[in-house]
Design a protein around this ligand. Structure first.
Ligand code: C5P
Length: 213
């Protein structure tokens, strides 16, 4: 079984995907981490994020990039990720990696679940189940702000909201693989939902569409 989860920044895709992966014995790939890994390498090598040739060279070596998840989760890495994610060669290199993962998920998994922006629309258009998770910008910013505080990262609420807006703007308006729900995706607006209700709704949809139990 292949599941595609898409949605804007801080919509709760990661938590939902990890829970669905455990429920249905699937290998999980957070595709945002791939873009973040490229961005972190670009930053550490002091490359210009707009230098497409240099950035695509980094992306083609994605399998070799070693990075700690804590570092990748930094907001500045997310912002640079959304810049390099507009570049064609970068997307092509990462597309290959994502499709290979879904074809041969690691371990004894029964399939794969990938979450990102364009998994259902571009990476795996034939996925068995597609879910588009969203929430208002304010709700997402509030969740991200609390998550950052929980991790001990000093943050300013209004700044977090501003960064979410910037990333939404870039992810939705870019020419290549913009963030749009696929027609056959379940739209899950979690503005008024907690993580448990979002999981229950998504799980019911997976069972309904795929017949899995
Ligand atoms: O999901 P996350 O916030 O970690 O993603 C970081 C950035 O990577 C996004 O803002 C987006 O620009 C880019 N991305 C993408 N396509 C994906 C996943 C992430 O363009 N499938």
């Amino acid at each position: 079984m292949i599941i595609a989860i898409d949605g804007p920044a801080a919509a709760g895709k990661g938590t939902l995907s990890r829970r669905l992966a455990a429920e249905f014995f699937l290998a999980h790939l957070d595709t945002g981490l791939l873009y973040r890994a490229v961005a972190a390498r670009v930053i550490s090598l002091d490359l210009d994020p707009l230098d497409e040739k240099a950035v695509s060279g980094v992306a083609r070596n994605i399998g070799k990039i070693k990075a700690a998840e804590g570092e990748l989760r930094e907001e500045k890495v997310g912002l640079v990720a959304s810049v390099i994610a507009t570049q064609k060669e970068v997307r092509l290199a990462l597309l290959k990696y994502q499709r290979e993962f879904s074809k041969a998920p690691p371990g004894s998994a029964l399939g794969a679940i990938l979450d990102g922006r364009d998994v259902g629309s571009v990476v795996l258009p034939a996925a068995d189940v597609k879910i588009f998770v969203t929430a208002s910008q304010e709700a997402r910013a509030e969740r991200r702000y609390r998550e950052l505080l929980g991790r001990g990262v000093p943050s300013i609420r209004s700044r977090v909201l501003q960064e979410i807006r910037e990333r939404d703007e870039r992810d939705c308006r870019r020419k290549l693989s913009p963030l749009v729900p696929s027609e056959d995706a379940l739209l899950l607006d979690t503005t008024e939902m907690d993580a448990d209700s979002a999981f229950e709704a998504a799980k019911a949809f997976v069972v309904q569409v795929s017949g899995a139990r």
